[in-house]
Design a protein around this ligand. Sequence first.
Ligand SMILES: Nc1nc2c(ncn2[C@@H]2O[C@H](COP(=O)(O)OP(=O)(O)OP(=O)(O)O)[C@@H](O)[C@H]2O)c(=O)[nH]1
Ligand SMILES: [Mg+2]
Length: 243
Amino acid sequence: MHSGKGVVIVVPTYQEAANLPILLDQLLPALPEARLWIVDDASGDGTPEQLKQHPLFGERLFLLERSGKSGLASALCDGFRIALAEGAEIIVQMDADLSHDPADVVRLIEAAADGADLAIGSRYCVGGGIRHWSPWRRLLSRAAAAYVRGWTGMNLSDPTAGFRAFRAPALARALESPTACDGYGFQVEMAHTVWKQGGVIREVPVVFTERREGQSKLSSAIVYEAILRVPLLCWHRHPPRER
Ligand SMILES: Nc1nc2c(ncn2[C@@H]2O[C@H](COP(=O)(O)OP(=O)(O)OP(=O)(O)O)[C@@H](O)[C@H]2O)c(=O)[nH]1
Ligand SMILES: [Mg+2]
């Protein structure tokens, strides 16, 4: 079992005081050598204060405080850059709202350690699943995945998923390409860049649980943004080069 050595986990937070302590309680013991960077956008609900009181704060739990809500994509990119600057070999991204099960992180890390440039926690490959979503939400998410496959040519069952592990060189290369989106579209852009650059992408089954506490921060604008921008990726539909 992977201990988390060489791993940095990036967790963007905005008003997750009800969820973050539970996430930390589960995640930190599961990966005793991993480092965690929380990227918080001035949550007014006590999220950063709570974190600073944690016994592991400053040891292997760290906080990047940003001055205001600037979006999920830029929070992730700021966290990624810190992780790379710290010399991380594998960088994980996960949400703070307990939708991404800490018990699944080790398998994502192992897939990356085993050669995947990008391991995606997939709800739709065999063994994956979703808890507490309406049939309508499931249908929309499946339709989004098919839309992405159709426009990009990437053969991924769950290209919008935000539970991922990158190998550092692939992430560093991907960060050099500009992205335009903030939510689901950003996840697609990052996967597409890794794919375009000839990276190995592997899907790892995970069970996603709808958040119980706090509110979703992703708006309908994020959905429209993805709908409009994903087709632009079709200019790079060609299959990746062999490496
Ligand atoms: N730092 C930062 N974190 C954000 C921002 N927007 C969302 N987040 C965090 O990003 C993660 C995903 O956001 P959610 O609102 O749960 O979005 P989602 O999971 O796509 O939507 P739901 O399924 O409705 O939960 C959570 O940990 C949020 O707290 C932001 O602008 N800045
Ligand atoms: Mg969520």
